[in-house]
Design a protein around this ligand. Structure first.
Ligand code: PDD
Length: 284
């Protein structure tokens, strides 16, 4: 785990220095992506890289590379690291400049870094526990910003309650998890918050909805309340890291019979097939 892409070049991680006045370090002024690697291959890379471009645009940050260039460098990184199963983390900041809230004046080069982390493929996960928390974040959650304090505070509440995820809500309307999207299944229909400014439009979420569409599983992108969720037949959450995972207890109360539901299990299988379609057969 010694290599890093730094502004387009593959380097030794120990040779890189990030300035204390990097705006990502001081203000969280930047955007990021996390892409999963299975079998040494990037999963859903174009969707992730296009979202990186979209996030950058929304904060008026010029990306000095094309999607194709980032993908090429990322593949070189994976090869150099011999990465079979893991993630690539990448971030782009507005660069280094004397501390001042407003954007730097004149040409300041953005700083791009990407590195890998091992993450074994564990297969489909069985149910996890979650807590509900108030969504205290800003109103641009559609941007994959480096500013994650609200998300971090929420995740910490989950950890302190012995749970895997915190499900956030605004005035009783469920938005998303601290680092995931959330969906419920009621009478055979999957329901998830629409892709507005109040959630990150997860790549896993988008693939989930496409799978529903392709396989005739009925779904709607509509807000739902905390009580809709507690009364749902199934609850699940999705992200690059957890893929599709059932949530079987929330705030200490069982969802349905407290076991992973049949539609969630079907979606997990379909998702595994999609990974294998893109990256080849998986080994646990
Ligand atoms: N988080 N919502 C939030 C707030 C997230 O942070 C994430 C992912 C998602 C799911 O997005 P995707 O399916 O594209 O991974 C939704 C990443 C993995 C992270 O911060 O590590």
């Amino acid at each position: 785990m010694g290599k890093i892409i730094y502004n387009g070049e593959l380097k030794d991680r120990s040779a890189i220095q990030i300035d204390v006045e990097d705006r990502g370090y001081q203000f969280g002024d930047g955007v990021y992506e996390v892409i999963r690697v299975y079998n040494g291959k990037l999963f859903a890379a174009d969707m992730h890289l296009n979202r990186l471009m979209d996030s950058a645009k929304l904060i008026q940050l010029k990306v000095p590379f094309t999607v194709a260039e980032i993908k090429e460098r990322t593949k070189e990184l994976i090869t150099a690291e011999n990465l079979e199963y893991g993630i690539v983390y990448m971030q782009l900041t507005r660069g280094t400049s004397p501390r001042n809230h407003a954007f730097p004046i004149g040409e300041v080069d953005p700083v791009f870094v990407a590195y890998t982390k091992d993450m074994p493929y564990t297969g489909s996960k069985s149910g996890v526990k979650a807590v509900t928390v108030e969504d205290i974040r800003w109103l641009r959650c559609n941007i994959k910003s480096l500013n994650l304090l609200g998300n971090i505070m929420a995740k910490q509440e989950a950890v302190e309650a012995g749970c895997d995820e915190a499900i956030q809500h605004r005035d009783g309307t469920v938005t998303e998890g601290s680092s995931s999207n959330v969906a419920i299944i009621v009478k055979g229909t999957l329901k998830t918050h629409p892709a507005t400014n109040l959630i990150l439009n997860g790549i896993t979420r988008q693939i989930l909805l496409k799978l529903c569409n392709d396989k005739g599983i009925s779904y709607v992108e509509e807000p739902f309340t905390l009580s809709d969720m507690m009364d749902a037949d199934e609850v699940l959450y999705t992200s690059t890291g957890v893929e599709i995972t059932p949530i079987t207890a929330i705030d200490g109360q069982l969802i349905g019979d407290g076991k992973a539901g049949s539609i969630t299990l079907q979606l997990q299988k379909l998702f595994t097939q999609e990974i294998e379609r893109q990256c080849g057969s998986l080994t646990e």
